[in-house]
Design a protein around this ligand. Structure first.
Ligand code: PLP
Length: 378
């Protein structure tokens, strides 16, 4: 079935036309960027143009950018014991950060019930810690809650440490300037901003050099060996340029649509919980849960109506586990198990929001009926 309302942009964004064009052109041109002949030089040029665009998106210098195969690899590269004695990560990080990179142990700092990092606790944990490496995401991929990164940077720097920021969900939605954030290392992923899947970047300030994950040909100034995926990087660069140009306008438009969506959700079922409404959130993300709702069933019900959304709960080995993010926020297991994420993008229109709300009306009615049924049976 074709999806008529794609509302899962935090999972992946459809390719932007500019990215598709740049990807196609680079793929057709071919060439190994390490070759000295004309084809090689053209491939090198495509990569360096992309590097300049990606750097500009994050307010960094082109020389600070290390291209990787995506956000996951950039996170793994950043979390290098060469950069700190001990690793501290927030409890709501993406699994690729929670995995801890090449550290054998990871200290986890908590979040407050509002979904933002508990920086008072982090500050206490860093006391007496020589050279800590701290990882705090810019915005959470499930709730959309924007994290107090600039304040975290002050705390980490005062403790003599470095701050890594997984900013994968930021660009296109909120400002993502490495200098204003105070980050020392910053992760980006191409496919979350309308670039191709399988490309990303780690941006490092001030010559910070993690231990490379891949050694060999010396590409990416020795930080990441392997023949570059020229087409994917060209697409990444084109997407970055498009985002830099248009994000403020797109974010404002998404915020209006998201407000309409949330009002609609609450109008149909006022007892619905919308998570992190009390703090700054990405303008495109809504995570919600209604009494009696099971996320996996709800996602299928939406899918049958042609609406693509996702479950806030992670599915592993056939069991649906409550989301670690909601668990860390202290949400009840039932509420957490029912959480559904809706995420909009720059191409989302009113018609898609209306289609979602129609499907929600149907689903909420069924939920209400089965709740009544259970109450009568009890
Ligand atoms: N970090 C966050 C916050 C994400 O949302 C994701 C993707 O879901 C990643 C990292 C991983 O990025 P990639 O899919 O490029 O490996």
């Amino acid at each position: 079935m074709t999806v008529s309302a794609y509302l899962d942009w935090n999972a992946t964004a459809p390719l932007r036309p500019e990215a598709l064009a740049a990807f196609g052109a680079a793929q057709a041109a071919g060439g190994n960027a390490s070759s000295v002949h004309a084809a090689g030089r053209a491939a090198r040029r495509a990569i360096e143009d992309a590097r300049a665009e990606v750097a500009a998106l994050a307010g960094a210098e082109p020389g600070d950018v290390v291209f990787t195969s995506g956000g996951t690899e950039a996170n793994a590269l950043a979390l290098s014991p060469a950069l700190g004695g001990r690793l501290f990560v927030s409890a709501i990080e993406h699994p690729s950060v929670l995995a801890g990179g090449r550290f054998s142990e990871t200290a986890v700092f908590p979040v407050l019930p509002d979904g933002t990092a508990d920086l008072a606790c982090l500050e206490r944990m860093l006391r007496g810690e020589p050279r800590p490496l701290v990882s705090l995401m810019l915005a959470n991929n499930e709730t959309g809650a924007v994290q107090p990164v600039a304040r975290a940077a002050e705390i980490v720097h005062a403790a003599g440490g470095l701050l890594h920021v997984d900013a994968v969900q930021g660009p296109g939605r909120i400002a993502c300037d490495i200098g204003s954030l105070g980050a020392d290392l910053l992760t980006l992923s191409a496919h979350k901003i309308g670039g191709p899947q399988g490309a990303g970047a780690l941006i490092r300030r001030g010559g910070i050099a993690p231990e490379p994950l891949l050694r060999g040909g010396g590409q990416e100034r020795g930080q990441r060996a392997g023949t570059e995926n020229v087409a994917a990087l060209a697409g990444f660069g084109a997407a970055a340029a498009a985002v830099r140009e248009s994000w403020r306008e797109e974010a404002a438009r998404m915020a209006v649509l998201r407000e309409r969506l949330e009002q609609g959700i609450l109008h149909v079922a006022p007892e619905t919980t919308i998570f992190c409404r009390g703090v700054e959130r990405l303008p495109n993300t809504t995570l919600f849960s209604a009494p009696g709702m099971k996320a996996e069933t709800a996602v299928i019900a939406f899918d049958l109506e042609g609406v693509a959304v996702s479950s806030g709960a992670a599915c592993s080995s056939g069991k649906v586990a409550p989301s670690h993010v909601l668990e860390a926020m202290g949400a009840g297991a039932d509420v957490a198990r029912g959480a559904v994420r809706v995420s909009l993008g720059p191409r989302t229109g009113e018609a898609e929001v209306e289609r979602f709300l129609k499907a929600w009306e149907k689903l909420a009615e069924n939920l209400y009926k089965s709740r009544k049924h259970r109450e009568i049976a009890a």
